[in-house]
Design a protein around this ligand. Sequence first.
Ligand SMILES: C[S@@+](CC[C@H](N)C(=O)[O-])C[C@H]1O[C@@H](n2cnc3c(N)ncnc32)[C@H](O)[C@@H]1O
Length: 180
Amino acid sequence: MTVIVGSLCLLALMSILYSTLRTSVPPMPSSGRSRRALLDCLSDTVPEAPAVTLVDLGSGWGSLVIAMARRFPRHRVEGYELSWLPWMVSRLLKAVLRLDNLTLHRGDFLKADLRHARVLVCYLNPTQMARLCERFDASAGWAGTLFSVGFAMPGARAERTVRVNELYNTPIYQYRLGHG
Ligand SMILES: C[S@@+](CC[C@H](N)C(=O)[O-])C[C@H]1O[C@@H](n2cnc3c(N)ncnc32)[C@H](O)[C@@H]1O
């Protein structure tokens, strides 16, 4: 029994390590304060109606995307995550909390069709932000608002920057892309 549990834990650890090496971003959740500040920013931006789609690019264990689905029950919320263990945990939480407005995709957001999304949020790193920039350059028709926790988009000017009231005063950058 101990061997089975140990092997499963090792497998889980290896899988997290593998996706971290692949994406260069560990599945570390954003802090509670960053999440609350981001939700407040979203409340300023997301209209009451009509329903729009909000997407968390790299939804990890689901803490942010679940908070979004609960804050905006009338809107559609989606998450994309490559790492299977965090993704499975977030799927479980979605089922337990019965969040019908939430869809969790296991896949690469850089390859996903995001044309239906009006608001994107992310908490990544400078490498992934650069890739995201290239992705938006390639899909020039996309219009919407992007919020990034902690990391700026290289070469783009933020419409607004909010500082989170915590030790590192983490910035939350808001970008308007296309005609959003
Ligand atoms: C720092 S975590 C943030 C989790 C969550 N958004 C939050 O704020 O709590 C970033 C996540 O993005 C995922 N990720 C990075 N690049 C990705 C990609 N191209 N496609 C899908 N997921 C990706 C990583 O696996 C990681 O779980």
